[in-house]
Design a protein around this ligand. Structure first.
Ligand SMILES: NC(=O)C1=CN([C@@H]2O[C@H](COP(=O)(O)OP(=O)(O)OC[C@H]3O[C@@H](n4cnc5c(N)ncnc54)[C@H](O)[C@@H]3O)[C@@H](O)[C@H]2O)C=CC1
Ligand SMILES: O=C1O[C@H](COP(=O)(O)O)[C@@H](O)[C@H](O)[C@H]1O
Length: 262
C-alpha cells in the first residue's frame, strides 16, 4: 500500500491541481514551507497531516517521512529565470534531502517534478517554431540526454540524476515527470510552445495518481496532455504508468478559446 502519500509543495499550482483532482483518492500528508489555508486542503485532511517545513531541513523531513508509502515531490523554485543560489538550495539540496530521508524512512517510491526546461536547449533556432506544430514529427521521448536551457533546468536535470542514484544505490522506485506547462481551463494563450506542452489540471491529477499507484524502477516521462501539437512523446507514461490523458490543446484556438464542433 502506498498511502499515506507525502505531497511536498502542496500549496502551489501543481499541488493544488493534484489535490483538486484526486484529493479524496489517497491518505495525504501535505507539506509546504508556507502555511496552507483551509481552502487549499481536501476534505478529510486534518491538521496533524499538514506540515509547515522546508524540504532542505533533514530533521523536519525525516519526521514528515515517517510511515509514508509514496512521495510526490513538487516543492522548489519553479521559475525558469531563478538564480543559482535559489535552485541550488531549494531544488538540488532540497531534492537530495527528500530522496535521502525517503530512503531512511523506508519509503517505496518517489515521483519527482522535473521540467521541460531540463531539455529546453533542444529547441534550437533551426528547429523552432516548426517543432511546436502539428506537421512536424520531431519528438523527445525521455531517453535523450538532458539539455537544459537555463540554471533552473540544470537543477531539474540534477534532480533526475539524484533519482537515478537513489534508485541504483538504494532500490527506491523513482519516476521523474518532465512537466510541460500547467494551466487551468485552457492552454496557455497565444503561445505555441506552451500549447505543444500543455498539461491540463485533470490530466495532471490523473498522471500523478498513476505515479502513486503504478510499479516502476527508474523512469523519465513527459507530463503533457494528449496534444495533437507536441514534441514530447507520452508513450512511456502510457506504457509504464497507465497514463490516459483526456485533453488536447488542439481543441482550443491559439487565443485559448474552445473550438466549437459543428
Ligand atoms: N507549473 C508548471 O507548469 C510546472 C511546474 N514544474 C515543477 O513543479 C513543481 C511545482 O511547481 P508549481 O506548483 O508551479 O510552483 P509553485 O511556486 O506554485 O509551488 C511551489 C510550492 O513549493 C513551496 N516551496 C518552495 N520551496 C520550498 C522549500 N524549500 N521547502 C518547502 N516548500 C517549498 C512553495 O511555498 C510553493 O507552495 C516545481 O518543482 C516546478 O519546478 C515543472 C514544470 C512545469
Ligand atoms: O518548468 C516550468 O515550465 C513552465 C513552462 O515554461 P515557460 O518558460 O514556457 O513558461 C513554466 O510556466 C513553469 O513556471 C516552470 O516551473
Amino acid at each position: 500500500m502506498d498511502d499515506p502519500v507525502l505531497l511536498t509543495g502542496a500549496g502551489g499550482r501543481v499541488g493544488q491541481a493534484i489535490l483538486n483532482g484526486i484529493g479524496d483518492a489517497h491518505e495525504w500528508r501535505l507539506l509546504d514551507r508556507e502555511p496552507l489555508s483551509s481552502d487549499r486542503l481536501p476534505a478529510g485532511v486534518d491538521e496533524d497531516d499538514v506540515i509547515v517545513a522546508d524540504v532542505t531541513d533533514d530533521e523536519e523531513m525525516a519526521e514528515a517521512m515517517a510511515g509514508v508509502g509514496a512521495v510526490v515531490h513538487l516543492a522548489g523554485d519553479p521559475r525558469p529565470e531563478a538564480p543559482w543560489n535559489s535552485v541550488l538550495e531549494n531544488n538540488i539540496d532540497g531534492t537530495q534531502t527528500v530522496f535521502e530521508t525517503a530512503v531512511e524512512a523506508g519509503v517505496e517510491k518517489v515521483a519527482f517534478a522535473s521540467s521541460n526546461h531540463a531539455v529546453s536547449a533542444y529547441e534550437t533556432d533551426a528547429r523552432t517554431p516548426e517543432m511546436y506544430r502539428t506537421d512536424d514529427d520531431y519528438r523527445l521521448d525521455g531517453t535523450e540526454l538532458p539539455r537544459p536551457g537555463n540554471l533552473y533546468g540544470v537543477s531539474k536535470a540534477a534532480g533526475e540524476t539524484l533519482g537515478r542514484y537513489y534508485h541504483d544505490a538504494e532500490d527506491l522506485s523513482v519516476v521523474c515527470v518532465r512537466i510541460g506547462n500547467l494551466t487551468e481551463g485552457h492552454p496557455p494563450r497565444n503561445y505555441e510552445r506552451g500549447q505543444a506542452m500543455w498539461l491540463s489540471y485533470r490530466d495532471c491529477a490523473h498522471l500523478f495518481d498513476r505515479c502513486i499507484r503504478a510499479d516502476y524502477d527508474y523512469e523519465i516521462v513527459y507530463g503533457i496532455s494528449d496534444n495533437e501539437r507536441k514534441y514530447y512523446a507520452i508513450d512511456r507514461a502510457k506504457e509504464v504508468l497507465g497514463y490516459d490523458p483526456q485533453d488536447d490543446s488542439a481543441a482550443y484556438t491559439l487565443g485559448g478559446d474552445p473550438i466549437e464542433e459543428s
